[in-house]
Design a protein around this ligand. Structure first.
Ligand code: GFB
Length: 310
């Protein structure tokens, strides 16, 4: 990418898109195109085609998506498959039709089979059944990967796919029902501390294992791959380190400074038992994460605590 290349970040107000924007600004890039979802509905094919025809970006980061935690994925199954497939189909096709130089598509670690061998290598894709709670989302993300590869095969487009592990960071969603585990638990422990509640409820058994990556690290990896990776297939982005949900809850309890009990709600789903990325492909390409979980938790809690006490 040249410093004056025209860069479109789809989803620039979300956690991932905003982190990519901050990172690119830090690297000296300045020629961005943004559209809020009110200005451009990425599910609308005609509107997306018109936008690409007029703006003709050189580079595209496709970070726009309908996302959420385990319950949101399970409860809004139609929305997750429909919205994500429409966004991907419209943006990827318009990028091809208007000669975009390179596009980076963001998927998710839930594209891998529920019982994939751990840690999960990129070649586990489509080797087994998916986790039921997020199957519609995963199918949409697999479609995105396959679109990038198909447009590369048929039309020679330089479209790449990256698969981030579970993410957290600035501009995350802290909704108690629909968010991911890390922000939800930060909010639960914070509110329990303020209200002197005797216990915090953690969903499921606490035994599933998850890997967490700070959005600033993800953004750095995406920008690195935009510069250095030009192949079909996918690249995992993670830390290669995971914890149980019970361990995560204890870390967050400590960071927040909550002294009550932790109880488990076994009526809520556990989801995939383990989702640990094999990050050796990314390491060989020359990139490693910087923000360890404890440091990242302290960063996001300090920002969250400030907003809540204003
Ligand atoms: O982060 P999370 O919602 O998504 O849940 P997944 C991870 C684990 O934390 C599950 C448990 O075992 C949850 O039961 N958990 C415990 C909680 N307490 C809570 C809580 O208060 N809120 C939430 N949300 N979970 C999502 C997929 O799966 O991960 C998406 O559904 C996507 O498709 C995303 O891939 C990265 O890691 O299970």
């Amino acid at each position: 990418m040249k410093k004056d290349s025209k860069i479109y970040i789809a989803g620039h107000r979300g956690m991932v898109g905003s982190a990519i924007h901050r990172h690119l600004v830090g690297l000296g890039f300045a020629n961005f195109i943004f559209r809020t979802s009110a200005e451009l509905d990425l599910r609308d094919q005609r509107a997306v085609n018109e936008f690409f025809e007029i703006e003709r970006p050189d580079y595209v980061f496709l970070a726009a998506a309908k996302v959420g935690g385990i319950l949101a994925n399970n409860n809004y199954r139609a929305d997750f498959i429909y919205q994500n497939i429409m966004i991907e189909a419209n943006v990827i096709h318009a990028a091809y039709a208007t000669g975009v130089e390179k596009l980076l598509f963001l998927g998710s670690s839930c594209i891998y089979p529920k019982m994939a061998p751990q840690p999960m290598t990129e070649d586990c894709l489509l080797t087994g059944l998916l986790e039921h709670t997020n199957e519609p989302y995963a199918i949409a993300k697999i479609a995105g990967i396959k679109m990038c590869d198909a447009y590369r095969d048929q039309y020679g487009c330089n479209f790449i796919s990256v698969m981030p592990t579970n993410l957290y960071g600035p501009n995350d969603n802290y909704d108690l029902q629909n968010a991911h585990v890390l922000p939800s638990l930060i909010r639960k422990f914070h509110e329990a501390k303020l209200n002197n509640e005797p216990a915090v409820t953690v969903w499921g058994t606490g035994s599933p294992r998850r890997e967490f990556l700070h959005a600033d690290d993800l953004a750095a990896a995406c920008c690195y791959l935009m510069e250095h990776y030009n192949e079909a297939g996918l690249v995992n982005i993670g830390t290669g380190v995971d914890v149980t949900i019970a361990e995560l809850a204890m870390e967050i309890k400590e960071v927040v400074g909550y002294e009550g009990a932790v109880v488990y709600d076994h009526t809520k789903p556990d989801g995939t038992p383990r989702k640990l990325m094999d990050v050796s492909k990314l390491s060989k390409l020359g990139w490693t994460y910087k923000i360890a979980l404890r440091e990242g938790l302290e960063k996001v809690y300090s920002a969250y605590g400030k907003v809540k006490s204003e």
